[in-house]
Design a binder for this molecule. Structure first.
Ligand code: FAD
Ligand code: SF4
Length: 512
């Protein structure tokens, strides 16, 4: 054997650089299902099932093309359930001249492969992951020497470089960003009847995997009842077409809105397919731009969506690889509280959290504002240890891969990176949730109240958070208004705040 080409569970793309120069008479593809990948965080059943089903479909695709694939199944008799150990075994068995892999999406997995290769004494060639617009080295050069990284500037460079939504070299419509038009609230009567996203029938492979996951990972969180995620490239491309036709026309306008029992609203549900490399982000961006050019959607809708893919998605990956591994340990706000147990069950009286958590458990999905401004906001205001928050997010979403989850959690959501990802923490009181959703109308708490038995915990904790970090934020020009409002208020009565206040010892730790 010449090369053993390693394909990880989130690299399901046969155009990947790992296949450059592939010769099916000399090279062999290697794939492995390792239980450790589902247990190092307590993974949602749907997340495990999506990876396994998509991997097995990809193996079938490669085999149909005539490739020789060594595939270690989870239910194989002697599977050690460790990626490193399985690779080592295969190295000893086949003694290839070289191992080849496209850049893994997880620092830990990269380390495991390097360790296995070193132990086997076989060189490992790590090739660029071409499925992204911006190579890691290019991002590092862009970031180098900047006092502050800002997504907006990076996004403009990506638009220029890839000629996206440009007319004569200038942004279409004369503006780079239509964000102000992307914060619409739904009418009081709600979104009305929405067309359901395209569903994918479970074939034999998927049915088998669902049974396997239900059996092997019985005690893991979440349900498989609603599992209908695309598991092949063909399905992912059909899901993209369905989104462009039916939901993109309202995506931008309502991308921050939330509504009870409407998990998808106008969102694309494409993150998992892109992250597993079933769907090429270039095709996603091109389809959204074409929808604008042919008059199907307005510029604001198309731009609002394209910004997420060519902007945020690429930016967070750059942050991950620029700052890892120390980034994962950052805790700039000194948050030390444990993650509440009810994050795994959804059993809470706070209606916004109850709905977001139950939806997460039912589908393995919550859209961005539910993640950032409901679950994430709660953890931030309550001073939950960011590492525990990170482990929860990595476990419960079908699209969770560390390169994208970690900076979103540690940086954007918990402000634990001290301002690398965002220039200020995303903090708000319950009034924001009330404005953007219908959650508060069914809640026993009142979002306007910060004191009393029916005070909204978000509102109470919001003011406590600002109090705790007043000195730090006083130096941040983007926080001045919030601190000014805090200073204008009478300090709230200690007795009323007592029940919602974090343990005194940890509060002292944070403020000292
Ligand atoms: P849409 O709302 O339709 O957006 C379109 C696409 O834009 C997404 O599919 C996604 O690829 C991209 N995108 C949008 N926002 C972001 C962002 N902030 N970072 C990166 N890409 C973005 N996204 C993941 O893919 N995996 C994660 O593990 C993940 N963890 C997150 C954790 C937290 C705390 C937060 C605040 C956000 C996280 N996100 C993550 C980003 C975002 O919430 C999801 O990409 C999005 O909700 C996926 O749903 P969708 O495909 O319907 O997205
Ligand atoms: Fe959430 Fe507060 Fe609104 Fe209740 S009142 S739904 S806790 S924001």
């Amino acid at each position: 054997m010449r090369n053993l080409v390693i394909v990880l569970g989130d690299q399901l793309n046969d155009d990947s650089a790992a296949f450059d120069g592939y010769d099916r008479n000399k090279d062999v593809v290697w794939m492995a299902e390792a239980a450790e990948e589902s247990t190092h965080v307590w993974s949602h059943k749907a997340r495990i099932a999506l990876f396994l089903s998509a991997m097995r479909h990809f193996e079938q695709r490669l085999t149909q093309k005539g490739h020789c694939v060594v595939y270690r199944r989870l239910d194989d008799f002697n599977n050690s359930h460790s990626l490193r150990k399985e690779l080592l075994k295969s190295c000893e068995q086949f003694r290839p001249d070289k191992l080849i892999v496209a850049e893994p999406g997880d620092y830990r997995v990269r380390g495991e492969l390097l360790q296995a290769a070193k132990k086997a004494g076989i060189p490992l060639e790590i090739r660029e992951d071409r499925s992204f617009f911006c190579p890691v080295e290019e991002f590092k050069r862009w970031a180098h020497g900047r006092k502050q990284l800002r997504m907006e500037f990076f996004y403009r460079e990506m638009r220029r470089k890839f000629n996206v939504l440009l007319d004569g070299g200038e942004p279409a419509g004369g503006r780079w960003n239509y964000d102000v038009e992307n914060r619409g609230t739904l009418p009081k009567s709600g979104p009305g009847k929405l067309s359901a996203p395209l569903q994918f029938e479970r074939d034999r492979t998927t049915k088998f995997v669902l049974e396997l996951v239900n059996f092997r990972f019985t005690r893991h969180p979440g349900s498989l009842d609603n599992f209908d995620w695309p598991v092949t490239t063909e399905q992912a491309e059909a899901a993209l077409a369905d989104f462009i036709e039916n939901r993109l026309p309202h995506f931008g306008q309502y991308q921050d809105a939330m509504w009870t029992d409407e998990p998808w609203l106008y969102h694309s549900r494409l993150s998992a397919a892109m992250n597993l490399k079933l769907l090429d982000p270039r095709k996603v961006v091109a389809a959204a731009e074409a929808a604008y050019r042919n008059g199907h959607v307005s510029l604001a809708q198309a731009e609002g969506f394209i910004r997420q893919v060519i902007g945020w998605r690429e930016y967070v990956r750059g942050v991950y690889w620029t700052y890892m591994p120390e980034y994962a340990d950052r805790n700039a706000m000194g948050a030390r509280e444990p993650l509440p147990k009810w994050f795994w069950t959804g059993k809470t009286d706070m209606n916004c959290l109850k709905h977001t958590l139950r939806q997460t458990l039912d589908y393995g999905y919550a859209h961005h504002i539910q993640r950032l401004m409901v679950t994430g906001l709660y953890c931030l205001l309550a001073g939950i240890d960011p590492k525990q928050v990170h482990e929860w997010y990595l476990a419960v979403y079908v699209d969770a891969v560390e390169w994208v989850e970690l900076p979103n959690t540690i940086g954007m959501s918990q402000y634990a990176d001290g301002g690398v990802m965002a220039s200020k923490p995303y903090v708000a009181s319950g009034k924001y949730i009330d404005k953007m959703s219908n959650y508060c109308s069914g809640c026993k708490f009142d979002p306007d109240k910060r004191e009393g038995a029916d005070a909204c915990p978000f509102t109470t904790k919001y003011w406590q958070y600002l109090q705790r970090h007043r000195d730090k934020f006083a130096k941040n020009p983007r926080m001045l208004l919030q601190i000014k409002n805090l200073n204008r208020m009478e300090p709230p009565d200690d007795e009323h705040l007592h029940s919602a206040r974090p343990r005194q010892s940890s509060l002292q730790e944070r403020t000292s």
